[in-house]
Each structure stands twice: as structure tokens, then as C-alpha cells.
Design a protein around this ligand. Structure first.
Ligand code: DX5
Length: 225
């Protein structure tokens, strides 16, 4: 039983000076939800934006928002992102000392829960928290920047997570270098939520065509797997 393919833009390459209009444009282009890449300059060597910026864009779209927290100690601030209008909070397994406690706290606060793994982090890190998550994000680049090369060895990790997840109700998301050239192989490995920045915003035929092309390729790959 395959889980629904979703096309998920990262707002990293968007025109951040007009983020509300960009969020509107993404919804018009047919995306399924929107990912905000929150970076603190410590967990990753880049600094982006916080909950207030996300809150300011909430009124521009009816789509679900998710916060990808690439920050140290997300347990200290995740409530701000729920209050900003995100319904899914994704924390990195490497960023919190007590992952079980952090995931439990997000759920208790009414959020849906995602865990992200950096490329070098084995999927075994999830072994005792599968029951607490709604989504697993397998990073297919080292986090911090858009426009990087897809790491093909992550296909093995996606396939392993797809096998290990105890409930079929867990979505497998991938993020980094996802494009028309890489989407088919990563979906065939088991991913169903596809985060893309450059491949969508820089597509020569525009956002709508980029979303449609990626969705079509992903659905075909899933059907053949
Ligand atoms: C990494 C970022 C990027 C971004 C997508 O920390 O999270 O993966 O969202 O970047 P592209 O699609 O340009 O590789």
C-alpha cells in the first residue's frame, strides 16, 4: 500500500522579501504543503528566520505549513512554531539530548511530529521512537543550504526506513537535491513527501510546470516500485 505522493516546496530559494506573495504563488502552483527551513546558525552554518516570519505568511495560504527546525535544542522553542500556524514540527534527532521527551512534548502541545536525520546519522536512531512520529525526514544533503548535490547513498537509508517503520501511517520525506533527475530513484526507494527548492523555483517553465512534472515522475516511479 503506497502512501500519497506530496510535493513540498522549501521556501529557502523564494524571494524572502515578498514571502507572503511567494506562499500564495506556491499554492497556485499546486503544491501540497509548505516547508519553512528554520536555521539558527549553530546546528547548521546558516541563519534564516524564526516563527514571526512564518506567522506573517499564514494568512496568505490555506495549505498546511511545516517547520523544519535546523536548530539546537528545539525543545525550547517548538511551541512558537505551532503558534505561528505550523501543524507539523520536524526536529533533528541530532539536535536534542532527549528525543523521546521532545517528540512527546510536541504531540502533547497538539503538533504532528517529524524527525529528521542528517546524512551520516543511521536510521537506528529512530528505533525506539517510531511510535511517536508521523513523518521521517531523510536528509539527502547536509543541511544548511539549497542547491546542493543529491547524495545517492541516502537511497539505502530511505529503503531501510521504509522497511523498519512499524506503522504504514508514517510518511517518508526527503530533502536536498530533489529534482526531475533524482525524484524517481528516491521514490522507488520508498519516499513519498518530496521537498524541493531549486528544482521548483528555478525550473525554466515556471513553478506550476515544475510541480506538475515532479508529481508525475513521482507517481510513475511509485507505481512501478
Ligand atoms: C537544506 C535545505 C535544502 C532546501 C532544498 O538544509 O533544507 O535542502 O530545503 O534545497 P534544494 O531543493 O535546492 O536542494
Amino acid at each position: 500500500m503506497h502512501r500519497e505522493i506530496q510535493i513540498v516546496p522549501s521556501v529557502l530559494p523564494a524571494n524572502l522579501a515578498a514571502l507572503g506573495e511567494e506562499v500564495e504563488r506556491l499554492e497556485e502552483a499546486g503544491v501540497d504543503k509548505i516547508q519553512f527551513d528554520v536555521m539558527d546558525g549553530h546546528f547548521v552554518p546558516n541563519l534564516t528566520f524564526g516563527a514571526d516570519v512564518i506567522a506573517s505568511t499564514r494568512k496568505y495560504s490555506s495549505l498546511p505549513f511545516e517547520a523544519h527546525l535546523m536548530i539546537q535544542e528545539p525543545e525550547r522553542t517548538f511551541e512558537q512554531y505551532l503558534a505561528a500556524g505550523c501543524d507539523l514540527i520536524i526536529v533533528h534527532a541530532e539536535s536534542t539530548l532527549h528525543l523521546d521527551r521532545t517528540l512527546t512534548a510536541i504531540r502533547a502541545a497538539g503538533g504532528r511530529v517529524g524527525v529528521a536525520l542528517n546524512p551520516s546519522t543511521p536510521e537506528d536512531a529512530l528505533k525506539y521512537v517510531y511510535h511517536l512520529v508521523d513523518l521521517i525526514l531523510v536528509m539527502t544533503v547536509n543541511p544548511g543550504f539549497g542547491g546542493q548535490q543529491f547524495l545517492p547513498e541516502m537511497k539505502r537509508k530511505v529503503a531501510s526506513v521504509a522497511t523498519m517503520r512499524q506503522s504504514a501511517a508514517i510518511d517518508i520525506e526527503v530533502d536536498g537535491g530533489i529534482s526531475a533527475q533524482t525524484v524517481s530513484e528516491i521514490v522507488a526507494a520508498g519516499a513519498n513527501h518530496l521537498v524541493a527548492g531549486s528544482a521548483l523555483f528555478r525550473h525554466p517553465a515556471g513553478l506550476k510546470a515544475a510541480v506538475s512534472e515532479m508529481r508525475s515522475l513521482a507517481i510513475t516511479a511509485q507505481g512501478n516500485s
